[in-house]
Design a protein around this ligand. Structure first.
Ligand code: FAD
Length: 470
């Protein structure tokens, strides 16, 4: 980790006269430089990531206005950061000094739900939960469900290739994206992909843009495929007397090829924090819980197999339910994990992913680091994917505590790489992990990243400092 605290970029002098002239050339009603508004667009939900005050916020309503804004920014050489809901956790939507933030909050139309071809076309500012609801009304299913499903945008989800709780069975956002419209840094409009079930013509530019964190182009329209609605899910909670036992059970469920649509882990610290917030009746003696769901037609058999695997690994109690209200309560508990931990102090959230077979090694390392650094670390995450969110609780006003938190963060991220994993499973690289990306990539791959970026954005104006170090 390269950042010490919520760091501001150095001030860059700007010519106020030039900027006023430039502002006047934006489409009517699109630009604001009101300092109170602009300040609200300086950073996302991450901690200890580089951020600063942008110059202005543009809120275009359509592709043409996005292109107009980008042409003006390119002409004036102003960096542009596109922003969805700002719910990101890696500093990817943080603004560089004097930049233009381009917000998609006026681009919120669901343009099409096509039941015959099972696809949807949306503008980037559509909230993911709204698309899921619209698909469901049409008898279809848009699977990706990040914890932020109620407030994050489709544009943000595509640009971070967001995951969520059902990736184990259904994959990540990018697995559903089949076509995009995007505006390049110079204002040209690009269409990628297709509307057909199959299609292999040319380079896969669609998936080059997926996960590009606003560094290659601004996405203005998204085409996703939809699935038939799944069967009603059954849910199980298994309690363990140690975090390591829960980690072993994750591997065992995988080994037994159980058809699960969700496999989430919460440790004692997280369960305690959730309990204090929501009073769901979790026992304070439980060291870890696994929430397991199956939406297979054979869900009863699948959960019986999952229960057997958990008991083999030392589960102290297992409760199975096919009641959708009970399942909702459990999912609510899981979605509360981060906000509940945030009530315990300042939180530095990590996001690492290891092979499922190594989850136990990862959680044991996290526990050791917590003891060594004298820090409480809440552990929760999508254990079935090997994607964990160790959350380091620290005191930002105390230098020693902050330094210890950063050491713990670095140690956990390094451990994930050693275990054959990756530095980010779903939150993205952003500004928080740009140095870590270079540790994960081999030198040739790192060079290709830089070349691709230069090819699409030769002036380097799109989200500078994000993904690759500035
Ligand atoms: C409580 C909570 C729970 C969360 N749970 C999850 C989870 O389970 N899984 C998960 O993956 N993430 C999760 N997140 C993180 C976050 O919600 C996701 O990263 C989400 O995809 C960000 O969407 P956004 O609209 O807020 O994007 P922003 O934060 O605004 O932007 C994120 C990145 O996308 C870029 N971007 C945004 N719109 C566009 C566009 N139109 N074109 C090009 N680039 C664009 C931005 O420049 C930035 O680089 C969670 C966050 C919170 C606060």
């Amino acid at each position: 980790m390269t950042e010490g605290k919520d760091i501001a970029d150095p001030e860059e002098p700007t010519d106020a006269g030039d900027r006023a002239g430039l502002a006047a050339r934006f489409p009517a009603g699109v630009l604001t430089t009101d300092p109170d508004v602009v300040a609200g667009y300086a950073h996302d939900e991450s901690r200890l990531s580089r951020r600063s005050l942008p110059w202005a916020v543009a809120s275009p309503a359509n592709t043409e206005e996005v292109a107009h804004c980008l042409r003006l920014a390119a002409e004036a050489g102003i960096p542009v950061v596109v922003r969805g809901a700002g719910s990101g956790l890696s500093g990817a939507a943080n603004a560089p000094t004097g930049s233009l933030v381009l917000s998609t909050h006026r681009m919120t139309s669901i343009l099409e739900i096509d039941t015959t071809n099972r696809l949807a076309v949306v503008q980037p500012g559509v909230i993911t939960g709204a698309l899921r609801a619209a698909a469901s009304e049409a008898g279809l299913f848009y699977p990706p469900d990040p914890g932020s499903v109620a407030f994050s945008t489709m544009g943000g989800n595509v640009a971070t290739n967001a995951g969520g709780m059902c990736c184990l069975k259904y994959g990540v956002t990018g697995d559903y994206v089949i076509g995009l419209e995007a505006v390049l840094a110079d204002g040209r409009v690009l269409r990628t992909g297709r509307r057909t079930l199959k299609g292999v013509a040319g380079y896969d530019l669609t998936h080059l843009l997926v996960g590009s964190e606003g560094t290659l182009a601004i996405i203005t329209e998204i085409t996703v495929r939809l699935l038939p609605a799944p069967a009603r899910a059954s849910t199980m909670v298994a309690m363990f007397a140690s975090l390591s036992d829960a980690g072993r059970a994750v591997a065992a469920i995988g080994e037994d090829a159980v058809d699960t649509s969700m496999l989430e882990l919460l440790d004692r610290t997280t369960l305690g924090a959730v309990e204090r917030k929501a009073h769901l009746g979790f026992d304070g003696d439980v060291a870890a819980a696994l929430i397991v769901q199956s939406d297979a037609l054979t869900s009863a058999d699948e959960l019986a197999a999952a229960e057997a695997a958990c008991r083999r690994c030392g589960a102290t109690e297992v409760v199975v339910s096919s009641d959708p209200d009970e399942a909702d309560l459990l999912l609510q508990a899981r979605r509360l994990a981060l906000p509940a931990l945030e009530a315990l102090g300042d939180c530095l959230l990590d996001d690492v992913c290891v092979p499922r077979s190594r989850v136990v090694d990862l959680v044991e390392h996290i526990q050791r680091v917590g003891v060594e650094e004298g820090l409480e670390i809440g552990v929760f995450g999508h254990a079935g994917d090997g994607n964990m969110h160790p959350t380091i609780i620290f005191d930002e006003s105390d230098d020693a505590s902050r330094t210890a938190a950063m050491r713990a963060f670095d140690s956990i991220t390094a451990c994930a790489l050693r275990l054959g994993g990756t530095v980010t499973g779903e939150h993205g690289v952003g500004r928080l992990k740009s140095a870590w990306l270079l540790r994960e990539l081999d030198p040739v791959s790192a060079e290709m990243h830089a070349r691709v970026r230069h090819a699409l954005d030769p002036q380097g104006l799109l989200n500078p400092g994000c993904l690759l170090p500035g």
